[in-house]
Design a binder for this molecule. Sequence first.
Ligand SMILES: [Ca+2]
Ligand SMILES: [Ca+2]
Ligand SMILES: [Ca+2]
Ligand SMILES: [Ca+2]
Length: 303
Amino acid sequence: MYPQFVDINDDGFKDIITGTYYGYAWWILGTKDGFSEATPITDKSNTKIGLPESPDENLDIIASAVAVDWDRDGDLDLLMGGLIYGELHLRRNEGSPSNPIFSTENEPIKVIGSDSVVRMGEGIQSPTIVDWDGDSHLDVIVGCTNGGVYWFRNQTETGEFQLAPAQALITQKKDTPVKIGDSSKIGPNSACYVHVCDYDHDNNLDLLVSGTSSWQTPSPEKPSSAEEEGKIKELAELHKKLSKLTPDSLSDEEYDKAMATEEYQKLERRAEELYPQVAKFMSQLDDGNSVWLFRSNSAKTSK
Ligand SMILES: [Ca+2]
Ligand SMILES: [Ca+2]
Ligand SMILES: [Ca+2]
Ligand SMILES: [Ca+2]
């Protein structure tokens, strides 16, 4: 849902292109009298352009869409990314620069020289098109749901975009709370929207990243007896054991199975018993949304 100002129909008026929460690409066309009403962008069969349906109806797709001349035939095509699947999908413009007519198929973007489709962990919040390395070829940079920002270098000399494998510009593991008080560690750890610009005018491109970060705030209350300290330690041990029994690598089905075992249930019951007794000593997990500036000294502007 990262809006882009671009003249998609070559009429001299900037338009707004955006993805939506429910997975579709919309536009707001500019006119001499201002912007017209927002409408879904349709393909040549008059069907709304969107990402494939979510396999889980409880999960929203949160699509992003940007206009880019992907196949270099002179007209703007649509590149979409989304929370579900973490793939990039292309809708080619089969019309002309002034009369965009989009294909009916989503083409998943593949990494150069392989059959693998681009797939970014839990999802892509914002694809953006920019020449990151200053070689005069536009590249793709994506902000991801897992809190990372990745660069796909466009390897093509001429013609259609060809993406090298993703290189991390910022990595941040989801659900890893940053410690408050250590400002060097405070940064986004989920839902990254990225905007690339030379923020400090030093001819190196920088990243403006908006996203969510979470952090632990220590409790002001301290345990006053060995017994209380023992309980805090025991609970920490229990949490370690519980996460060991349910590693991230498990599928949803395996996860449910692991949680249903007698061993897991027993540990969990003990943790539930202990928690109310020590809750007041536990640090609290907080989160918030901000915009961060990541200065670069290596990404050259192509000007
Ligand atoms: Ca326009
Ligand atoms: Ca094109
Ligand atoms: Ca480039
Ligand atoms: Ca800069």
